[in-house]
Design a protein. Sequence first.
Lengths: 245, 334
Amino acid sequence: MSAPLLEVEGLTKRFGGLVANEDVSFAVGEGEIVGLIGPNGAGKTTVFNSLAGFFAPSSGEIRLGGLPIAGLPPEAVAALGVARTFQIVRIFKSMTVLENAMVGAMLRHRAVPAAARLGYEMLRFTGLERRAHEPASRLTVAEQKRLEIARALATGPRLLLLDEVMAGLTPSEVQEAVEMVKRIRDRGIACVVVEHVMEGIMPIADRMLVLERGRKIAEGPPAAIASDPAVIAAYLGEEYRAPGA
Amino acid sequence: MRRRWAWPAAGAAAAAAAALFPLLVARPTWQNAAILMLMTAQLGVAWNVLGGYAGQVSLGHAAFFGTGAYVSTLLSLKLGVSPWLGMLAGGGTASLLALLVGWPCFRLKGHYFAMATIAVGEIVQALVNGWDALGGAVGFTLPLAESGFWGFVWGRSKLPYHYIALSLLLLTLLVNWAVARSRIGYYLRAIKDEPDAARSLGVSLTRYKLYAIAISSFLVATGGTLYAQKELFIDPGSTLSTSLSIKMALVAILGGVGTLGGPVLGAVVLTFIEEASRIVFGGTGRGTDLVVYGLLIVLIAVYQPAGIVGFLRARWPAREAEPRGAGARGEGAT
């Protein structure tokens, strides 16, 4: 077995006196889907921001393919193959749908026509090709979330960080999103998925990580996580019972 | 499909009208106003690369305009270098100054960046004012002696200046168009819309903002050289003042930021307003233009943030999906 794609060791992030992440360690293998769950304020998005270069960790190591990336700026991390979406969508509103995807594609395709071809291909992958020439601001929120995924995929990542892409979607839209994450994995791209929608993440995750108050309190296959008393007490509550447990 | 040709056709018609104007209108004051209009438009288009596409509102661009005027003038007076070469040297110097100034200023966001650029403009003006080797507050007068193309001086006729100003405007529009369609243009608009999302896609904010300010300041500086050669007199008040910086921003904002033709429309409207206020209030209108600028800024901010182009797009929305997207107030259209 080769070294994992992403290794996080002892990741700690403090904001003044507040400890957002404390001693978080985990690894993500090539083409793996890892779910990251936990109550609001547990520090999930902080982990993402550290992985994507938006925060410099207070201490700890982050390695991508063995290369240390902690503290690099977001643009450098993106160039090394980490792409992300945002919890609150941040599409380029003055552009068309296709132009949004093209900005992502331009990371590895400098020529505009090549970027347009790849951008269009990613729109097809996310089912947005019929809206390609419309202003991006005219998309629904669910479509804007798909556009963020198309744009991120267009950068040609090895690791994709998805931040609550299923929140606020209808059950059928959640199903579509689940299928899409699987198809992304099938392209050989590893996914770390922050999600509150358990029906969305439990069936597809190879592994789940649970954060509470900045610390990792559990890690394991979805079925084990769903029946873990500590996780139920901290987050899931009595309501969610694992389908297979 | 018909709409796709509406804007280019209007642009070609405007260019033709601008080319014919001095042949049809002989009165010198009107000819002079037309040259000023073209020069103002060129500055607005140049400003727009940074302020419009990248969304970095600079209120210190007079520093680059002055750099163009002073570098070509000094090279011509002290070393006898042709102002055409001086124009390129002035542009290069302005770009260097812009990179130097941009490096720290681009760490600031939004209004703070705008305030820092005002400070830069004021500092450069104060510096030149007190520096005797740069002419101090007195400035420089260029000799009328060497008339002709290579000397960039014409005593008798205003016509050459008109066509140089028009050519410079068209060239600046061409650069603007090419930038907007390139990767840099896409990145600048991404930076303006959502800087964090742009970074997550591998866009270095500082690097692309520096590209924008280098291009913008070079083009503004060429306008400075043209001004110096047309007026044959420069001083800090006429080439480095903050009101000149505001004027560049204003024509772009009035016409429509981040659009190709917007600043040209803005320059046409602003020049008409200025000339009218000069006729009504008399004198050089030093005080009244500031009142007009202030009033226009308030009106645009309240009623039409997308400028004249935004207003036109809202009146006549494109049926086909247009490449730049609808104006900021698309839903207000009937």
